[in-house]
Each structure stands twice: as C-alpha cells, then as structure tokens.
Design a protein around this ligand. Sequence first.
Ligand SMILES: [Zn+2]
Length: 228
Amino acid sequence: MQALQIMVREFCRLIWPLSCAGCGQPDWHVCPQCQDLLNFEAQNIAPLVESQTPIYGIHKYDGEMRNLILGFKNLERTDLVKFFQQLIGRDVQSWIASGNGNCGRVLIVPAPSTKKANLERIVKPTEVLARGVQLALTEAQPNLKHCIVDLLVQTKGEKQENLTYKERSRNKTNTISLAKKMSKRFPPPQSIILVDDVLTTGSTLKECIYTLEDGGYQVQTAMVVAKS
Ligand SMILES: [Zn+2]
C-alpha cells in the first residue's frame, strides 16, 4: 500500500511541477528567500517548559516556517528532508558552540509518535530530524560517538491514582515510557539528545525528559525546529 502511495505521489510530481513549500513560489522545493530561514542562530528556549534541560530551537511556528513544517509533516514532501536536516543542524552548532558535546558518546532519541501515526506515515519527521542531528554532530564534533536509538514509546497512560507522589507532583501522565528492549541494549547512565519537530505546550518534551531522567539517563539537551 505504501509503495503504491509513493509511486502515485512521485508520478504526480512529474506532471505537476513543485512549488516552494514555504511561500508557494513555483518551481522550487524551497525558494532562496525561504532558504534564508536557515541563517538564524538557534537559541536555548528552555524557560518555556519549566525544565532545567536546555532546549534548542530556531523559529517561531508561523508564516513560511509553519507552511514548510506542515508540508513536511502532512504532505510528506520528501524534497524537504535536506532543508529540515540543515535546520536542526543549526541547533547542534549552537549546542556545541556553548561548550557541549564532550561526553564521549551520546544517544539521539526521537520523541515517540503514536502507533497510528507511525503506520500512516511514509516519512517520520522525528526520524528525519534525528538523522539531521547525527549528520551535524559528525561534522561539528568528530570525536563524539553517537547513534539514533528509539528509546521512548507512547503508551496508554496511567490513571492518576496509580502514579507515585513524585510523578503526580511533576504532572506526569505516563503516556510515554522507556522501550524495554532498547533500554536493555543501551542501559543508563548515558547522555541523551532528545529530538522533536515543534515545541507547542512543551508537555510532550517534558514527559520525555522526565521519563528518561527517572530511568537514570542524562538528558543533555532537546532540539526542535520551531516553537509555537
Ligand atoms: Zn519560498
């Protein structure tokens, strides 16, 4: 089914030329003006989510950036993969420039999506972004070892009364947990870079960070492309 979807989509693209996913200008994947969105410095935007973990991100989730992200996530425009990998690479550069990345080895962990979303998608945005982080790390910090590990999974969530006092006080909902096999293969303590696409309320990232920390991992930073 997926192969058929890909064939139909690629066939359509042969007949109807592309337009810039950001502003609609014809005959570009990403036009030069929208390409300029790469020329910003990533900032630590952590105060938004009451977390000590630095969270790197660049853009506000609006205008052309919003169109680009929606095109990438919902229309699965695979032609935007390189653009988004370069974009999250800016987070990596800022993180390294702040004196980080000397931890020997780091696990790159994508924020988990629901099983349903995983089945429906041909392109998994957080996986593409995790690969972008990996590429940028290789370039910026050649001595740092790294690999992408699906350490987190979405779960149904615990009833409030089943949560411990600590979990309740942190507003934890237990909708995310450690993937058993992976956490056995990569046992704590390990340094983690968490990767997600857009930071909205911050609740998902917070849940990811607490789950990893409670499991004994050290979350060095989280990286996103935009915040709403
Ligand atoms: Zn454009």
